[in-house]
Design a protein around this ligand. Structure first.
Ligand SMILES: Nc1ncnc2c1ncn2[C@@H]1O[C@H](COP(=O)(O)OP(=O)(O)OP(=O)(O)O)[C@@H](O)[C@H]1O
Ligand SMILES: [Mg+2]
Length: 425
């Protein structure tokens, strides 16, 4: 069991920036960051009263705003228009003025409701309204926030948090709905760095005989660090995937189209970040489908781009979770394709591509062998074969960016052989 109070690590710069912005209302802050990176925790660390409402995947109309307001204490002497909130906030009972008589026109009624929220915020000043997880925002709340942002009271601030990978609409669409007259600032929260990760690990695993390297498998995402530490503290084996991380990754994977899922599985089997042709070949997908699958996996945050147009899982733990979810038969088939030459390119196999990518970066055969868990002799054969297929005579001729060399323009037609293997996985 993890014991004691959870420590909070790092984030001094982000906290300072956020505090500054909130000290200069009216202001709108868009706080983005991947799942579990620490958006909610950062806000909690602000140490100031916040009215917090969360968006929910069920997208309840006005859900987050009602939830946030229900946490407030309405002062006496409220504007009578706030009586329009009585049906939405029954818990306030007589603290709200009497509900105004109904009006026939739905739009007029809606306008009155919006004005009521504004009047309540006005009465609650100074106030910071936080709407969490706006990737799940409902249309009504979105319109209401747009309305509010255009008239934000002098001492009111609005903070919206979101996961870029789960946004179904472009952030620009949300931003365009906000008032251009109010300062809005976009902050992006990245993972913790290596020292901060080690520090958090030390706190979480105090007393653990040999604190393992949490950085390598989590790349600084606090949720993953915490779950890995929890699993170890509960007696889990150091190499095992923590159940909460596995579940989070698999839910995400399930949300992808078949092509997206296949590309992610291929990336997990390839292990090292790989180019699009290799992913397509191992996934057994024709190029157009692989391209769509890759775009989706990137957008949904399962894969990320690495240098020189290569793609891989975001973190080693996520890679492990995906890998373990692949059935043994499929896994065998995907591994087989890693070694098999990619037919439509008639050239290098995904494995050969991995090897020459590293060779192009200046790694020796021994270093490549260690990176890919191959024997130096196998690496030598792969390098020689790849060079021959590419019409080169020396590894020194390999350009730093292999993208152009490896993407055969002819490969963009669908090959019957590959279409067949698509159906097979
Ligand atoms: N700076 C930090 N120091 C220590 N622990 C942290 C830190 N940031 C986050 N955590 C821990 O990591 C976990 C995930 O953090 P949090 O819930 O704030 O992430 P989030 O970005 O809000 O995620 P989601 O997108 O799922 O809402 C929490 O259990 C939290 O306690
Ligand atoms: Mg959160």
């Amino acid at each position: 069991m993890l014991g004691g109070l959870m420590p909070f690590v790092g984030r001094e710069r982000e906290l300072r920036r956020l505090t500054e912005l909130l000290a200069r209302p009216p202001s709108v802050v868009l706080l983005g960051g991947e799942a579990g990176v620490g958006k909610t925790s950062l806000l909690r660390e602000l140490g100031r009263p916040l009215l917090v409402g969360r968006c929910h995947p069920m997208r309840f109309p006005f859900g987050p705003v009602v939830e946030a307001l229900s946490g407030s204490s309405p002062p006496p002497g409220l504007n009578p228009v706030t009586g329009a909130l009585r049906p939405l906030l029954p818990e306030f009972g007589p603290l709200l003025p009497l509900a105004p008589p109904p009006v026939q026109d739905a739009q007029v009624e809606r306008h009155r409701l919006f004005r009521a929220v504004l009047a309540l915020l006005d009465a609650l000043q100074p106030v910071t309204l936080v709407v969490e997880d706006v990737h799940w925002i409902d249309d009504d709340s979105r319109e209401l926030l747009s309305f509010l942002s255009r008239r934000l009271p002098e001492r009111a601030a609005l903070v919206l948090t979101y996961r870029p990978e789960d946004l179904a609409f472009p952030l620009a669409a949300l931003r365009s709905q906000l008032s251009p007259d109010v300062t809005h600032t976009q902050l992006t929260l990245g993972p913790l760095d290596e020292q901060e990760t080690a520090l958090l690990g030390k706190h979480l695993l105090a007393g653990y005989p040999e604190p393992p390297d949490l950085w390598r498998s989590t790349l600084g995402v606090p949720f993953a660090i915490e779950e890995l530490a929890r699993a170890l503290a509960d007696g889990g084996l150091p190499g095992a995937t923590p159940p909460a991380v596995r579940d989070a990754v698999l839910v995400r994977l399930e949300g992808l189209s078949a092509a997206g899922r296949r590309v992610v599985q291929a990336a997990a089997v390839l292990d090292e970040p790989s180019g699009e042709p290799s992913l397509a070949a191992v996934a057994g997908l024709p190029p157009e489908q692989a391209e769509r699958g890759l775009a989706e996996a990137l957008r949904r945050g399962l894969l990320r781009e690495y240098p020189r147009r290569t793609y891989g899982l975001r973190q080693p733990l996520a890679r492990q979770a995906v890998y373990e979810s692949i059935t043994p038969a499929t896994r065998r088939r995907l591994h087989h394709r890693v070694e098999a030459p990619a037919e439509p390119r008639g050239a290098v196999s995904p494995r050969e591509e991995q090897v020459i990518r590293l060779a192009a970066e200046g790694l020796t055969n021994r270093e490549i062998a260690e990176t890919l868990f191959l024997s130096p002799r196998t690496v030598e054969v792969h390098v020689a074969n790849a060079l021959r297929k590419l019409g080169l005579t020396s590894r020194r001729q390999l350009p730093k960016d292999l993208g152009g060399l490896l993407t055969d323009p002819g490969s963009h037609s669908t090959s019957p052989a590959l279409t067949q293997s698509t159906a097979e996985v």
